[in-house]
Design a protein around this ligand. Sequence first.
Ligand SMILES: Nc1ncnc2c1ncn2[C@@H]1O[C@H](COP(=O)(O)OP(=O)(O)OP(=O)(O)O)[C@@H](O)[C@H]1O
Ligand SMILES: [Mg+2]
Length: 305
Amino acid sequence: MDAIDARGVVKIYRSRRSSTVALKGIDLTVSAGKLFSFLGRNGAGKTTFVRIASTLLMPTNGSISVLGNDVVSRPNDARMVIAVVPQGIRPYWHLTPREHIFHYLRFRDIPREESKSRTEWILTDMGLQEYADTPAIQLSGGLKQRTMVAMVLASTAPVLFLDEPTIGMDPMARRQVWNVIEQIRLKGSTIFLTTHYLDEAERLSVELAVINNGEILYKGDVAGMKAKGGAEYRAILGKDAPRSLLEGYGSVVEDGGRLLVLSDRKSVMSLADTASREGLDIAVGPVTLEEAFILLAGGREEDES
Ligand SMILES: Nc1ncnc2c1ncn2[C@@H]1O[C@H](COP(=O)(O)OP(=O)(O)OP(=O)(O)O)[C@@H](O)[C@H]1O
Ligand SMILES: [Mg+2]
């Protein structure tokens, strides 16, 4: 059985003045025990999908089931197997990280002793022990976020929805979250992740989907997405590198003050030879997921208008 099975999911937000079609018929399945990344630009529809799949919002049309529980007709059954970090979640100011985690687990009917030991485990693995008894109001932004993520991950629910869980976290904290996510996945949970950190998605997931303007643009594995971007390897050069030198090696893309040359491995390697003979700085390597994403989803807004 798939952990998440979405068919033809449509969401139209209606107000008196306007209506926004946020999801235009999403079909998506996520296998059990996998980490699945859901990527897309701001406003693409990720949070809308997560909210529907986690029973927080009704779809306009279509259906989603989580471990066989339809989220519309059997929301309470679905809720039994779900835990969710909603986008922009905030802690209660007067409660400490230890209290947040412990009480959340108790709310989920996890026995007292088990809740206690899980609380200590997650505080340690998320690097929160030092702040365990500090009221949330006194925590920094990243520590507040870490507390909320720790709380939900400690549930080790069968299906976890994490909507931008590592936002605002430092690089070390992000790695701690990745480690905990991987531990939980190995115990059998399915994780549905949205993130704008493409290195994170690349590190954690095999399967992913890209949503754009409420439609699925790509669904498959990381390697397939890179292939769809149209290039396997890339070279990075300073923006002053002479364009004439780059001709014939691949497609040249301006990317925030630098130049990317996208091509196959062989062409990129021979460009590296040429460039170093000319004394130019050049970095080469396989296309990253972030580069593939920019190639795939970048400029789509302009296409639409
Ligand atoms: N409550 C709402 N009422 C009306 N429109 C909404 C509402 N929530 C979201 N939208 C619209 O639905 C679309 C999808 O929004 P959504 O929050 O799902 O995007 P997202 O992919 O999560 O973006 P981000 O990366 O910025 O979090 C956007 O056009 C947004 O403006
Ligand atoms: Mg969102």
